[in-house]
Design a protein around this ligand. Structure first.
Ligand code: ADP
Length: 393
């Protein structure tokens, strides 16, 4: 039996799944969260479901907690026939363009690339170290969020600044959510029964983090996140696009670097407008007459349509528009607003299909809409397992 352990370490959490990559079946899954805080928590679904408070100072300790959870339920992780471990890594820089077998040198590079992703790569490195110590004889594979976007042309990834400064500091657009954009664009093609190599797609990954991606015949040619996951769309707590001059203005006005970081990454986006980063709360507030909540949604929709228009032109036309992630999969009203009045571009949504509570990949375009409009659930863990299996055989 083939079991792949997928480790998806975020800035303050580790999600994990035990997946049979051929059937896609999950035999265990869980989440260790609030790493680095005074009180953390683990939710483990293995033999049974359990939830408990834990104290986890770092990602290595979080990994130890998940191992302990398996053991507590009488199913020690070492005895579960794990044949490979797949690790999500956020930043792979310019050198990691595909899933990569982790050895000491690769692990060290992942840590070094933490200079470009300080909230993510260091914790992912710790999880890699802990997992390799526990499973030294099993292949470990790094699957990068940036890799899918390494096909972007220089015109899309280059910032118009002094090239020497850019090179010295690694300042260019990398793009993120690549694992999601890749699995979703492939599954959309499968759903449509058309070759991926024949489709021009725009994928809108709208979750707590959000990004748009132009996928030309299976290859990313542009995406809205840049050097960091801060650029682009309006997100749960992140501002997305803002005039860099505004940052200079704020710095001159008394903000320091830490204050700007907290403002733009943690106190902006939906949360900044409304006090909640959860789109459901924002929608409810807007429906109850809160004008800031209504404005938040208008700005978010405006920004999505801005990228939609840009990518339509870059792709020279569009075959399929795909919505995914929490908001994209569940917020029908937002999807309708994004697609409103775009019949002239071949985008015609069907209000009934759009409002249907159905789950799974589905068509929400009107019969005969020249552009297919789909909802396709993302599944980053399944994609990490698939890529891991592809690499290790
Ligand atoms: P993350 O980026 O943290 O993985 P998700 O993809 O889970 O985020 O998306 C979180 C967002 O999705 C939240 O704003 C939430 O309001 C929205 N969302 C999730 N589930 C639903 C649902 N069933 N109905 C409406 N909105 C939802």
């Amino acid at each position: 039996m083939n079991h792949i352990l997928v480790i998806n370490a975020g800035s303050s959490s580790i999600k994990y799944q035990l997946i049979d990559p051929t059937s896609g079946e999950r035999s265990a899954a869980g989440l260790v969260e609030r790493i680095g805080e005074a009180e953390g928590r683990i939710v483990h679904r293995g033999v049974r479901e359990e939830e408990r408070a834990v104290v986890v100072p770092d990602h290595g300790a979080a990994f130890d907690e998940l191992v302990a959870a398996f053991a507590r339920q009488g199913a020690p992780i070492e005895g579960l026939g794990i044949t490979a471990v797949g690790h999500r890594v956020v930043q792979g820089g310019e050198e990691f363009v595909a899933p990569t077998l982790i050895d000491d040198a690769v692990a060290e590079r992942i840590l070094e690339l933490g200079a470009l992703a300080p909230l993510h790569n260091p914790g992912q490195y710790q999880a890699i170290v802990a997992a390799r110590a526990l499973f030294p004889r099993v292949p470990h594979v790094a699957v990068f969020d940036t890799a899918f976007h390494q096909t972007m042309p220089p015109s899309a990834y280059t910032y118009a600044i002094d090239p020497e400064v850019a090179a010295e500091h690694g300042v260019r657009r990398y793009g993120f959510h690549g694992i999601s954009h890749q699995v979703v664009s492939r599954r959309a093609a499968e759903f449509l029964g058309r070759p991926l190599e024949s489709l021009r797609q725009i994928v809108l990954h709208l979750g707590n983090g959000a990004s748009a991606c132009a996928v030309d015949r299976g290859r990313s040619v542009d995406t809205s996140m840049g050097l960091t996951p801060l650029e682009g769309l309006v997100m749960g707590t992140r501002s997305g696009d803002i005039d860099p001059g505004a940052l200079l203005h704020l710095l001159r006005g008394g903000y320091d670097v830490g204050g700007l970081d907290r403002l733009l990454n943690g106190r902006s986006g939906l949360l900044g407008f409304t006090g909640s980063n959860d789109f459901r709360d924002v929608r409810a507030a807007a429906d109850a007459g809160d004008s800031q909540a209504a404005l938040a949604i208008e700005v978010a929709v405006h920004r999505i349509r801005h990228y939609l228009g840009a990518y339509l032109v870059e792709l020279g036309g569009l075959d399929a528009l795909i919505f995914t992630a929490g908001v994209g999969e569940h917020q029908a009203e937002l999807r309708a607003a994004v697609c409103a009045d775009l019949e002239g571009f071949g985008i015609r949504i069907d209000p009934e299909r759009n409002a249907s509570p159905e789950r799974g990949a589905r068509r929400i375009g009107a019969e005969g809409s020249p552009v297919e409009i789909l909802v396709v659930p993302t599944d980053e863990e399944a994609e990490i397992a698939r890529e891991t299996l592809r690499l290790v055989g």
